[in-house]
Design a protein around this ligand. Structure first.
Ligand code: NAD
Ligand code: GLY
Length: 368
């Protein structure tokens, strides 16, 4: 059984996200239905070793000439160097304008392969086969593609929507539990933004999903994709509502950057902590009842994700965090843009957050 979720409403060609089991094996039929001349898989070394052959064989059985290019696993592959290497392989293999790029992997592969597809021959189609929870609920949907530079993350990119997304719940069985939990943070985020009942389910009956339970994961992926699809359909280029998807990310990114993106916190852990902080900040400012901030924190903790600075074995300085949040070394007197909340399921953008008030809050939170 699969569930198909349409992504439509913007200026882009509508497409569908298919969620279910056995989709890696069905990739050939799914991709062949889009009628490309050829298909070429982009993956990372870890994912290719586990799932590459299943997808390659499926594409070949569907009559598609195919090949695979792999990059090293990890964020460092979102680079000009790897982008060039992928594009060079596509050229060397003689792919044409009607060829299809198949992104098989987590968000790193999806972002890199999607950008390669956007650039190759001025843009060819691509299919996303996300193999991490984060990629299934977030990065494979919505058409943001990018690489990093030493000056920052995701600074070079393009909007390039996939033709189809195949989210195979069985692919998540090989994902380390810490990675599953990290993706769960983005699932929780969707509930916190606009679906309180979903959030409460995630923190109670659905909580086993954070440990890898496939039934809970499937339901969580379906609802998350529905939410993300609706937001992307309303606001593809992030002129307004799409910014809500950044809930927890401004705090989270500041923490990750202060840790030099090391292993102390995964991205999802930083987002989870950031969401809890955004709710507490909202409560402190009287924008949301304190009980709602506690409800948000309880749901996040139920997944084993951090909610307090004291959960992280590292000291943070308030001024350094604010500078990161403002994207500016001289944040003093500045106004910050943050996603805040009126309640669980009711997030909004505030472009007028006072840096001094934030400083006091961060000190209360335990920053120096
Ligand atoms: P990732 O792609 O690095 O994957 C995490 C690790 O899991 C890697 O080592 C990978 O090899 C491994 N892995 C992947 N699937 C596996 C599987 N099924 N079994 C075993 N191991 C597996 O990281 P991620 O968390 O998926 O994605 C993070 C990236 O996504 C970041 O670069 C971020 O900027 C990007 N992102 C993009 C968007 C967007 O809208 N485009 C949104 C959110 C995040
Ligand atoms: N991950 C945020 C977005 O897709 O807009």
């Amino acid at each position: 059984m699969t569930t198909t979720i349409p992504v439509a409403g913007g200026a882009f060609a509508p497409y569908e996200v298919v969620v279910g089991r056995g989709l890696l094996k069905a990739a050939g039929a799914e991709v062949a239905a889009l009628k490309p001349t050829r298909a070429f898989i982009v993956s990372d070394e870890t994912v290719a070793a586990i799932h590459g052959e299943t997808v390659r064989a499926s594409l070949a059985a569907a009559g598609l000439a195919t090949g695979i290019v792999t990059v090293p696993a990890g964020e460092a592959s979102k680079s000009f160097e790897q982008l060039e290497a992928v594009l060079d392989r596509l050229l060397a293999k003689g792919l044409d304008r009607k060829s299809m790029v198949v992104a098989l992997g987590g968000g790193v592969v999806g972002d890199l392969a999607g950008l390669a597809a956007a650039l190759f021959m001025r843009g060819v189609d691509f299919v996303q086969i996300p193999t991490t929870l984060l990629a299934q609920v977030d990065s494979s949907v919505g058409g943001k593609t990018a690489i990093d530079t030493p000056r920052g993350k995701n600074l070079i990119g393009a909007f390039h929507q996939p033709r189809r997304v195949l989210a195979d719940i069985e692919a998540l069985a090989t994902l380390p539990v810490r990675q599953v939990r990290s993706g769960w943070a983005e699932v929780l985020k969707h509930g916190l933004i606009c679906d309180a009942a979903f959030f409460d389910w995630l923190g109670n009956e659905g909580a086993a999903g954070a440990q890898g339970d496939p039934d809970a994961l499937e339901r969580a992926v379906i609802r998350s994709v529905e939410i993300k699809a609706r937001i992307v359909g309303e606001d593809e280029k992030e002129a307004g509502r799409r910014a809500l998807l950044n809930l927890g990310h401004t705090f989270g990114h500041a923490l990750e950057a202060e840790l030099a993106f090391d292993e102390t916190l995964t991205h999802g852990e930083a987002v989870a902590l950031g969401c809890a902080m955004a709710f507490r900040y909202s409560a402190r400012q009287g924008l949301c009842p304190a009980a709602e901030a506690e409800r948000a924190e309880a749901g996040i903790r139920a997944a084993g994700l951090p909610t307090r600075l004291s959960d992280v074995e590292h000291g943070f300085a308030a001024d350094a965090l604010i500078a990161r949040m403002a994207g500016d070394k001289k944040a003093e007197g500045r106004r910050l843009t943050l996603i805040l909340a009126r309640a669980v399921g009711d997030a909004f953008t505030d472009k007028n957050v006072d840096a001094e008030t934030m400083r006091a809050f961060l000190i209360e939170e335990g920053a120096a």
